[in-house]
Design a protein. Structure first.
Length: 151
């Protein structure tokens, strides 16, 4: 199963915004919606292709109500998310899954399960540098494309 996680923008109740709009509600109707992180919406799809297609279907809403759209594809990594652009590039065969782990956006994760202050990093000798923007309970690692790196 491929997991999708939509991260809501500040000041937006993401679930309310999406389920109150007919097209988004219909696109999400067959999925079991959960809150992976505070103000996020997570769901499982059957494949990377279906995850990318769903994000395409929801694009109008994603632009307006989300800060990020993440994809967790077990064939690439069991623990690190892919950005939407990277997931699409992997699906389309533009990037080999083994070559996706260089550029990273690392969120801090608070005790309240809120994603905070992303930090852009590259692996150093295969190791992930420490997240040092603030004290956090944990981190959430998102692999990004080279063009997204540092956006």
């Amino acid at each position: 199963m491929t997991r999708v996680c939509l991260v809501g923008s500040d000041g937006v109740d993401l679930r309310t915004e999406l389920v109150s709009r007919e097209t988004a509600r219909e696109a999400l109707a067959t999925y079991d919606l959960r809150e992976q992180y505070r103000n996020s919406l997570a769901l499982d799809t059957i494949s990377l292709g279906s995850a990318v297609a769903l994000l395409g279907d929801l694009n109008w809403y994603l632009v307006r109500f989300t800060d990020d759209a993440l994809v967790l594809e077990p064939s690439v990594s069991e623990t690190e998310w892919l950005s939407r652009d990277l997931a699409e590039a992997v699906r389309d065969g533009e990037i080999d899954p083994e070559e996706t782990d260089e550029y990273l956006k690392v969120y801090g994760l608070t005790a309240e399960r809120e994603l905070v202050e992303p930090m852009y990093l590259t692996r150093q000798d295969g190791e992930l540098p420490d997240y040092d923007l603030r004290e956090v309970e944990d981190t959430v690692v998102v692999r990004v494309t080279d063009s997204e790196f540092g956006d």
